[in-house]
Design a protein around this ligand. Structure first.
Ligand code: FAD
Length: 388
């Protein structure tokens, strides 16, 4: 068993850290306050080639694994960019997985180089107002008309739709009532986010204001049959391949945010003197920070185990769900302890830990809620009856 990063993995870590130093906390604080997309950061990451870290070399990527992608996203989050930085690039790095695995050769050659260069931003339009965790209930309908599909429906929580010109769009080509199995009859498109047919209405969120999340009102969107990903009716299966890597990457992001918060808290605990001694000398401040550190280390081991399994083409559903569950808990707890360590200043925007706290909260909700992660473990690992 070897827990060491390889020299080239260490190089990725060092290079991403160096790149992120040009985007300090002030940059992210300002993007958050103004709700502005971090274009400069996105451009720098694209120019350094990291958007294509896990995309095959044949299409201009680096052809590396989820382990390397996790290192990139962990370091981005740990730099203080938090979810704003990670979410700005996450969908380009991983979101196009269904296209990589199920797209035609022509689709991959047409689209992937533009995703890697950052020319094309991608959104992921799966969730609907009445289809959240149970995505088999999506009702956005695609009907074939000659060489096109006409698509109508509503999506919610579509991240980056204001930036994106393309979206991976999950639809129903056969209504729920007419399929033998509820996972059948769904189709995935790599569709244009055509402003003539898609109204994008931004949602106002607790955190991560720099990266927009939206409602989509889709009316008569005309999508070429060439933009269908995989076979008609198999959209759900195309999405499945992306679930484990997404969980692993979100785990890496939560760990990164936890580290960012912990590092700030440790500095503050050493410097802040109250009652004549540094607050870190009090065990009620020190122990929760030590506990948070230990939990982040443990979560990271599971994250790397899941990534290793995925990169070695082995089943990793349980490990990915556990990693995402544990990392979200550990990351959020570290952020919460950092706020507590700062006392009243922890609640003030200038000190950044409240921003990490708000942004890290998201990893407990999306893309997989903590409850659904535990449902997975209960059913698929412990063999308990399915609860829903
Ligand atoms: C900021 C943000 C960005 C997002 N970005 C995207 C995106 O880009 N694209 C996209 O498609 N979606 C996105 N999502 C959606 C996210 O994946 C959903 O929020 C998620 O799928 C949950 O759906 P829901 O909110 O409708 O919750 P619901 O399904 O309504 O669930 C509500 C609560 O009940 C719990 N629950 C439901 N069923 C069970 C059960 N059987 N057992 C135990 N607990 C249960 C859930 O865990 C949750 O806590 C985003 C969400 C947020 C908040």
């Amino acid at each position: 068993m070897n827990f060491e990063l390889t020299p080239s993995q260490n190089e990725i870590v060092n290079q991403v850290r160096a790149l992120c130093r040009s985007f300090p906390d002030e940059y992210w604080r300002e993007r958050d306050a103004r709700a502005e997309f971090p274009h400069e950061f996105f451009g720098a990451i694209a120019r350094a080639g990291y958007l294509g870290v896990a995309i095959p070399e044949a299409y201009g990527g680096s052809g590396l694994g989820i382990t390397e992608a996790a290192l990139v996203l962990r370091e981005v989050a740990a730099s203080g960019a938090a979810m704003a930085g990670a979410s700005a690039i996450h969908l380009s790095i991983f979101g196009v997985n269904p296209l990589v695995f199920h797209g035609s050769e022509e689709q991959k050659r047409r689209h992937l180089p533009k995703v890697i260069s950052g020319e094309v931003h991608v959104a992921f339009a799966v969730t609907e107002p009445d289809a959240g965790n149970d995505i088999t209930h999506v009702s956005t309908a695609a009907r074939r008309e000659g060489d096109y599909y006409i698509i109508d429906g509503r999506k919610v929580f579509t991240t980056k739709a204001k930036e994106a010109s393309k979206m991976l769009l999950l639809t129903r080509t056969t209504p729920f009532e007419k399929v033998a199995r509820k996972t059948e009859g769904m189709s995935l498109f790599f569709a244009d986010l055509d402003p003539g047919a898609v109204e994008v209405r931004e949602l106002h969120k607790l955190g991560r204001a720099a990266v927009d999340t939206n409602m989509l009102f889709i009316d008569n969107l005309k999508v070429s049959a060439d933009d269908l990903v995989g076979q008609e009716g198999h959209g759900f299966h195309c999405l499945l391949d992306g679930l484990n890597p997404e969980r692993i990457l979100v785990a890496a992001e939560a760990i990164g945010m936890g580290r960012a918060a912990l590092n700030k808290a440790l500095r503050y605990a050493a410097e802040r003197v109250v009652f004549g001694r540094p607050i870190g000398q009090n065990q009620s401040i020190a122990h929760p920070l030590a506990d948070a550190y230990a939990k982040l280390e443990v979560a990271e081991l599971m994250m790397f185990k899941a990534a290793w399994l995925y990169d070695h083409a082995q089943p990793c559903g349980a490990e990915a769900a556990i990693a995402k569950f544990r990392a979200s808990e550990a990351g959020f707890e570290a952020c919460d302890r950092a706020v507590q360590t700062y006392g009243g200043y922890g609640y003030i925007r200038d000190y950044d830990v409240e921003r990490y706290f708000r942004e890290c909260r998201l990893t407990k909700l999306a893309p997989l809620s903590q409850e659904m992660a535990l449902n997975f473990v209960s059913e698929h690992v412990l063999g308990l009856p399915r609860s829903y």
